[in-house]
Design a binder for this molecule. Structure first.
Ligand SMILES: [Zn+2]
Ligand SMILES: [Zn+2]
Length: 256
């Protein structure tokens, strides 16, 4: 069975005021919601401030969510009220880094994960946390997921890759590689220690090919785009095309 991967939000933390206006009830390429993604309708990667709206607009049922896997505790990725909303009438397991401090939420069981260890959530779904180059105060990590025989890297937030994370991705032969694309197509941004720019990703991809992390069959996407640092979605798609970088957008559903 193909694995369904849906981008429910693809924004960095600079949200558009239009989300409260003409985009209240719809997705728009240029009014992105907070980054989160859903696999097979039940495994949620991050749960930020817009998660309930994203579910409603995309037509997914929050009751089907069994597991929420958190990359880090910045407020655009971790919103306890919205986790409580999803878990209001059924049990949910929350997966966080082992040293993360999270509040108690009704119906939610917290599992603390040691980095580099693979956790089998189900017989056809496992996740490994890999340290990310991001604000250490919020327990950052990337996620390496195996779902239905497919390998997915969900790498946000984080600038470049840390050594041991990169080593874990050697010869991974990813089916889907989602990279932090916070900054646009320019050089010199000060955020290089916590986020990628498009030129950084251009440099990174050939090396990831060399070590077999990605190959011809890998879908490469950028997500977590900051609208204030990028041109429009349509222009960004054109900018990224020649390097085989795809640009995620809210509501995009992939079948792997
Ligand atoms: Zn973020
Ligand atoms: Zn962050």
């Amino acid at each position: 069975m193909p694995v369904e991967f849906t981008f429910l939000g693809t924004c960095a933390a600079d949200f558009s005021p239009r989300l409260q206006g003409d985009c209240k009830d719809r997705f728009d390429f240029d009014a992105r919601r907070a980054s989160c993604a859903l696999i097979n309708g039940r495994y949620l990667l991050d749960c930020g401030p817009h998660c309930p709206d994203s579910f409603r607009i995309a037509g997914y049922d929050t009751k089907k969510v069994t597991d929420i896997i958190i990359t880090h505790l910045h407020s655009d990725h971790f919103n306890p009220d919205n986790i409580a909303f999803i878990a209001k009438d059924h049990p949910v397991t929350l997966w966080v880094r082992e040293d993360a401090v999270v509040p108690q939420i009704e119906n939610v069981t917290v599992v603390k994960m040691t980095n580099y260890e693979k956790y089998d959530i189900n017989e056809d779904f496992s996740v490994t946390g890999l340290p990310a180059n991001h604000d250490e105060k919020v327990f950052p990590r990337h996620l390496l997921i195996e779902a239905g025989g497919k390998k997915i890297f969900y790498g946000m937030d984080g600038g470049w890759l840390l050594f041991r994370t990169y080593m874990q991705l050697w010869k991974a032969g990813l089916d889907l590689c989602v990279l932090d694309g916070t900054c646009g197509d320019y050089e010199g941004d000060y955020r290089m220690g916590e986020h990628n720019s498009i030129p950084m990703i251009r440099l990174m991809l050939p090396s990831l090919r060399t070590v077999g992390t990605i190959d011809d069959h890998t879908l490469v996407y950028i997500s977590h785009l900051a609208p204030s640092l990028h041109k429009s979605h349509a222009e960004t798609v054109q900018i990224c095309k020649k390097d085989n970088i795809n640009v995620a957008y809210d509501g995009l559903k992939l079948s792997l």
